[in-house]
Design a protein around this ligand. Sequence first.
Ligand code: MN
Length: 307
Amino acid sequence: MSNRVIKLSASEIKQLAAHYQAYFLDKKIPYTSFVAKKNGLTITAYTSGKVMFQGNNAEAEANKWQSTTSTSTGAKTSSSTTLPAGFSQKSIIGSDEVGNGSYFGPLIVCAVYAETSVLPTLKSLGVKDSKMLTDPQIRQLAPEIKKQVPFQLLTVTPEKYNQIQPTYNAVRMKVALHNQAIQLLLQKIAPEQPEGILIDQFTSEANYRKYLRSEKTQVTEQLYFITKGEQYHLAVAAASILCRAQFLEELEQASKEVGLTLPSGAGNKSDQIAARLLEKGGLELLSKYAKLHFANTEKAKKIAKKQ
Ligand code: MN
């Protein structure tokens, strides 16, 4: 069973409590402010501010709160959460990631350098929040973006992910990847330097910098963190499109290789397909295509047993 623990402030715990109120369990457990159970997911909020998500879609649900957290705690822990005036028109490196919430497929990080002069072109190509674009639009747009801007894509295959996940939690892994992508891109564009680096925020700045310290080489200067980063600079929007396009590409490749359509996301469909992979080649085969620590693995085992 997958579980995730995140830390929230007192005011965020209040929001969380309000959100899950209808699902509260009617028992008192020491050191908890509440326990809620919703669709196979158990949410335990401890008085320490730690919140544990356990069971169905634990990862995805925890992520929802983690990103809200980042915005609200970010303001307290850092001075750079507010972007400088005119930021959207500056020459910026933007970075984003995709695949973190999908059971099948890799984790992809991309950094893009978009100078002031290329921004109108990106805009006219239709670069915007990738969530507002369809998958076919994204795949059409990606090669056009690649012609216009320097970029660095990094991929962690599920196989590699499963090897490092026990020691690197998802946040630490993403910090390492963003840092590496940014660093490689800085080398590509040298001696030119961006006016800032905007990371689509997935954890608090303090947390990012904490994990950054365990990296061999670190980009620490001119970093800005903001959630929905694609709304603040086209470099992040372009990065998120390149990530998604790459993710779709690799998922399609993997599907061909294994002869089954591997879905993105982490829903019931993923359990069913995973069960078929288990029947076909056991955990060894599944580990090549799926992020095993997700709750889907256990569900797939149960389905496979029944058949
Ligand atoms: Mn993002």
